[in-house]
Design a protein around this ligand. Structure first.
Ligand code: B12
Length: 210
């Protein structure tokens, strides 16, 4: 039974060094990167979310843990990378006004480790930037993330920007993030929605098959 307590606690405490050392140690023991991500990182972020909501943790502490997670994800990338030819090109980003990027980073990581070429535009990305990047990279799919109910509208506006440029038929647009639902995705005319990163890979695989 693998013990994830050390990496979990390091994320809770925002200790980059211990988290990365422990991730390395687990990887060397043969623990799959996805298990480290699920049991070490995402589970700790779930607990942080509960404590944040209860007012027991504040923004700077949450930021430190988010940074610790980002460091571990960066470190695990080579382990997850595959050498297959690109299966398609994806533009991903968190929509305008929204700085949450942990979930988006996980989706990007899983897509790239499943053979897709992923251009990550970061967070707080406006509609015009998504359109510009999709054209520049001849994207097959654009993936939009949002974590705030107040930024959900910007997903709709981003999709509208693709329609306004006459690109809506050329590019598939998928959406996700905690406040997003399948109903909302349908309402804003997205091509797909998934509630987690593994589901995002299945969704992209299906859309690429046509
Ligand atoms: C970490 C965090 C922060 C960090 C973000 C750091 C970072 N680099 O991301 C900081 C401290 C900066 C922050 C700031 C704020 N936050 Co905040 N934050 C969170 C927290 C605790 C965790 C979010 C997270 O990373 N979850 C873990 C990841 C793995 O899950 P996920 O993002 O949902 O992603 C998964 C799926 O949704 C899906 N997915 C995600 N994107 C996509 C995209 C596609 C295409 C697909 C298919 C799937 C997909 O796959 C992912 C992996 O499985 C949540 C609470 C919570 N428990 O969710 C609040 C939360 C999201 N924050 C909240 C708020 C209110 C704020 C602030 C407004 C607080 C403030 N008063 O300043 C600011 C807003 C700043 C801004 N403009 O964006 C609220 C939002 C409420 C709402 N309904 O709108 C929440 C829910 C907390 C709460 N309960 O009140 N926050």
């Amino acid at each position: 039974m693998v013990n994830f307590a050390k990496i979990y606690n390091a994320v809770m405490e925002g200790d980059d060094d211990i988290a990365q050392e422990e991730a390395q140690a687990l990887a060397q023991q043969g623990v799959p990167a996805m298990d480290i991500i699920n049991h070490g990182l995402i589970s700790a972020m779930g607990e942080i979310g509960v404590l944040f909501k209860a007012g027991e943790l504040f923004v700077p502490e949450v930021m430190m843990s988010a940074q610790t997670i980002a460091g571990v994800i960066e470190m695990l990338k080579p382990q997850m990378a595959t050498e297959m030819d690109s299966r398609g090109t994806i533009i991903i980003g968190t929509v305008k006004g929204d700085l949450h990027d942990i979930g988006k980073n996980l989706v990007a990581l899983l897509l790239s480790s499943n053979g897709y070429t992923v251009h990550d535009l970061g967070s707080d990305v406006d509609a015009a930037e998504f359109v510009r990047a999709a054209l520049e990279h001849d994207a097959d799919i654009v993936a939009l993330s949002a974590l705030l109910t107040t930024t959900l509208d910007n997903m709709e506006q981003t999709i509208a920007a693709f329609s306004a440029q006459g690109l809506r038929e050329q590019v598939k647009i998928i959406v996700g993030g905690a406040p997003v639902t399948a109903e909302f995705a349908a309402e804003i005319n997205a091509d797909g929605y998934s509630e987690d990163a593994l589901g995002a890979v299945d969704l992209v695989n299906k859309l690429m098959e046509g």
